[in-house]
Design a protein around this ligand. Structure first.
Ligand SMILES: Nc1ncnc2c1ncn2[C@@H]1O[C@H](COP(=O)(O)OP(=O)(O)OP(=O)(O)O)[C@@H](O)[C@H]1O
Ligand SMILES: [Mg+2]
Length: 360
């Protein structure tokens, strides 16, 4: 049996001052699932969370939590009756309450002893038992974040809503807190709806990613699906860097400076853009076959090496009006590469991570 659907969002519409902000937003989150709303600033992520939480009424659409409609035509169940926990950017703990009292705060339906037991259980899970009696101001940002998560999970919510919860943490800490939070949320059994504009964070945290653009859902899929089979140029570009070539389809294929690429589904003469991820380009051994390019710069950027190249004149000729300064490319290789700046090398394409879309 598949997990029950804990959150259903159907056709949400919303606007401010006559401006449409959400336009037919629909998605669902199963029990135990982490779904991420991903999109650029202003695309309507926080608005969607607020409508799900019941902090605002939408202009149209429906929200159901655990099978019960909580927002619909003529109906708004108040936030406190939705069994939803929210954690927003500033994850504000109550400064005048000790850590344990922050966690018991939402547990008023339990008896005093039960409240304490539940709070201590959660503080133990987030590794903060030693601080139960401390005040929030003595905690680091990461520790406050963990207490906030314990507080969010303590009332056994159906649904946890998080809005950019890690953005205030420094990068090193962010990675660790994000990882801990993911494991805790996964084991809590709650459905999690998580907002970020950071594609890498979305792919690291989420079972499924709902990509939004200007108030609409443009793709809903696993991290692998949205990265490897993006629905359009917006998703492809938002999820990771791409090299772009324009071309015309002939015989079901399109010529690029790196070779010919299949363009299934396009009629001959279609103007298309070919998007190539930096990791899809292979730098060959000296003297091999393929498009020639000059290595301009090599930068080790941690897990991979980023190589800046300029395509040689011969290769440029394949591709419409060649830019006089040459076509600049980015190639990413895992680990180190055996090549030097100024060398001319041949490039080849790995067909995965090459996407053909209509030209916009
Ligand atoms: N209370 C409000 N009154 C008027 N306009 C609003 C209000 N809240 C949000 N908006 C507008 O609605 C749009 C969507 O805002 P929202 O906060 O949902 O975006 P977001 O995707 O969360 O962006 P960010 O990544 O910057 O947090 C924006 O254009 C914003 O200016
Ligand atoms: Mg927001």
């Amino acid at each position: 049996m598949s997990a029950p659907i804990l959150l259903e969002v159907e056709d949400l519409e919303h606007g401010y001052d006559g401006e449409t902000v959400l336009d037919g937003v629909s998605f669902a989150v199963d029990a135990g699932e982490i779904v991420c709303l991903l999109g650029p600033s202003g695309c309507g992520k926080t608005t969607t969370l607020r409508l799900v939480a019941g902090l605002e009424r939408p202009a149209g659409g429906r929200v159901a939590i655990a099978g019960e409609t909580v927002t619909g035509p003529g109906l708004t169940v108040p936030p406190e009756q939705r069994r939803v926990s929210m954690m927003f950017q500033d994850y504000a703990l109550f400064p005048h309450l000790r850590v344990r009292d922050n966690v018991t705060f939402g547990l008023s339906r339990l008896a005093g002893r039960e409240q304490r037991r539940r709070a201590d259980e959660l503080l133990d899970k987030v590794g903060m038992s030693a601080y139960a009696g401390a005040y929030p101001h003595v905690l680091s940002g990461g520790q406050q974040q963990r207490v906030a998560l314990a507080r969010a999970l303590a009332p056994e919510p159906y649904l946890v809503l998080l809005d950019e919860p890690f953005s205030g943490l420094d990068p090193e800490l962010r990675g660790r807190v994000r990882d801990d939070s993911m494991h805790l949320l996964k084991t809590s059994g709650a459905a999690t709806l998580f907002v970020t504009h950071n594609a890498e964070e979305a792919m690291m945290m989420a079972d499924r990613v709902v990509v939004m653009q200007a108030g609409r859902v443009v793709q809903n899929g696993t991290p692998e699906e949205i990265y490897c089979e993006p629905a359009g140029p917006f998703v492809a570009t938002f999820l990771g860097e791409v090299n772009r070539f324009d071309g015309l389809v002939a015989g079901g294929r399109v010529e690029t400076p790196l070779g010919s690429v299949a363009a299934p589904g396009f009629v001959d003469g279609s103007a298309v853009q070919v998007l190539v991820r930096p990791e899809a380009i292979r730098i060959g051994e000296p003297g091999g076959a393929g498009a020639e390019a000059r290595i301009e710069a090599i930068r080790m950027v941690g897990r991979s090496t980023l190589v800046h190249l300029t395509l040689a004149a011969a290769a440029r000729g394949v591709y419409g009006p060649a830019a006089p300064e040459g076509i600049h490319l980015h190639v990413r290789s895992p680990g180190r590469i055996d090549a030097g700046e100024g060398e001319v090398r041949q490039l080849s394409l790995d067909g995965e991570q090459v996407f053909v879309f209509p030209r916009d």
